[in-house]
Design a protein around this ligand. Structure first.
Ligand code: NPG
Length: 377
């Protein structure tokens, strides 16, 4: 369902941006590299009637997408924030239109829009989940498992997450670390809900190897080819029994519609940052639902801010597969919110308080802040 009642306007006075360095509980390895510290930008919208928080999910380097921290910082402070402040009074649903002249930079735009959504909904006393159209009070929690030293180590890591109660396992793969890793997890744990994520590491020439994964009855294979390989993904999908899910390629509702029309994906991962905001994410959800394409909520190692918003999004009715909406403790020893998301019976609760429904822990936030700027009207 499209959002029926837009959130109210807020009188903008400024924005504070902070770069955070959050140490990870263990290194996270994907086909594009290993992270030990999550670098991320947190946004505080300052309005005449209070504040709102958002998160720009870029990483320190442009390895997952073309966006990265210092690029987002620059475009936000130089172009995006000034454009919003020039308007003065802005409703969250107007943000995308105001920022549209600036090409790309969707993660930066999403973070700013989320801060406005939080500010506006707090004023109205409505939760983000209510606003987006959530129909559940908790969402099933899947976990994304990085590439480990060897398949045996992977099995032990997966065992730990299954013991904690995660209801779906996603393992990262790359050339040379695919069939054996998947076989090891399948053999060790039988018919658990299992999927793999290649983060664009393959080409069509690898179709034979990827078809070997068909025997493991995976829920899906995520983003095997490059972001722009929308036609190649359609060609590959015809050669695999495993459903192809797109992540990096889906940068908007239009991109999702194109991918579905071409047969490039039969499942879609929705990440609000990647598509330019939670409101566009709802549009992706709506069109996938109309096309009977299942969706699930992706994760970008969010802090408690983005994690709360993701739980709200994942509670929409078309999210029929468990998402990468795990407990905060999957990544962080100390989060920047006072009540970080926890795993309860394999689920994460959808916050019900006004706005994001989480409160910032100012001491924890200061401790991980490495750079800060305030841009005022
Ligand atoms: O649970 O937040 C999470 C992480 C899920 O694997 C995950 N994210 O490719 O989807 C991905 C990957 C990612 C993380 C990509 C951070 C880019 C940045």
């Amino acid at each position: 369902m499209p959002i029926a009642r837009p959130a109210a306007s807020v009188a903008l006075e400024g924005f504070e941006l902070r770069v955070l360095h959050l140490p990870l509980v263990s290194p996270f390895t994907t086909s594009f590299g290993t992270e030990t510290v999550r670098e991320v930008i947190v946004v505080r919208a300052m309005t005449a009637d209070g504040e709102g928080w958002g998160e720009i999910v870029t990483q320190d380097a442009p390895l997952y997408s073309s966006e990265y921290t210092q690029g987002a910082w620059d475009v936000a402070t130089r172009f995006l924030i000034p454009a919003l402040l020039r308007r003065g009074t802005v409703a969250p649903h107007e943000v995308a239109g105001i920022l549209e002249p600036f090409i790309g930079h969707r993660m930066a735009k999403a973070g700013l829009e989320l801060a406005l959504l939080d500010a506006a909904l707090r004023l109205e006393g409505r939760s983000l989940g209510d606003h987006l159209g959530a129909v559940r009070d908790r969402v099933p929690s899947g976990v994304s498992v990085g590439i480990q030293r060897d398949p045996a180590a992977l099995v032990e890591t997966v065992r730990g997450y299954l013991d904690e109660g995660y209801v779906r396992i996603k393992i990262k793969i790359k050339p040379g670390r695919d069939v054996d890793d998947t076989a090891a997890v399948r053999d060790a744990f039988g018919g658990i809900p299992l999927q793999v994520d290649a983060n664009s590491a393959y080409t069509l020439a690898d179709a034979g190897t990827l078809a070997e994964l068909d025997r493991f009855d995976l829920l899906l294979i995520e983003q095997p080819l490059q972001e722009d390989d929308i036609v190649d993904h359609a060609t590959l999908a015809k050669q695999l029994r495993t459903p192809v899910c797109l992540d990096e390629s889906i940068v908007s509702a239009k991109a999702a519609a194109d991918a579905i029309a071409l047969g490039s994906a039969s499942v879609i991962n929705i990440k609000a940052g990647r598509v330019g905001g939670y409101l566009e994410a709802v549009r992706v959800h709506d069109l996938c639902r109309d096309a009977s394409v299942p969706v699930w909520c992706g994760g970008m190692l969010e802090t408690g801010i983005g994690r709360a918003a993701n739980a709200a999004l994942a509670a929409l009715p078309g999210f029929t597969l468990p998402g990468d909406v795990s407990a905060s403790s999957r990544f962080y020893r100390r989060d920047i919110v006072t009540e970080p998301a926890v795993l309860e019976d394999g689920h994460v609760r959808v916050p019900t308080g006004p706005g994001l429904g989480v409160e910032i822990d100012p001491v924890a936030l200061d401790e991980v802040t490495v750079e800060k700027v305030v841009v005022r009207s």
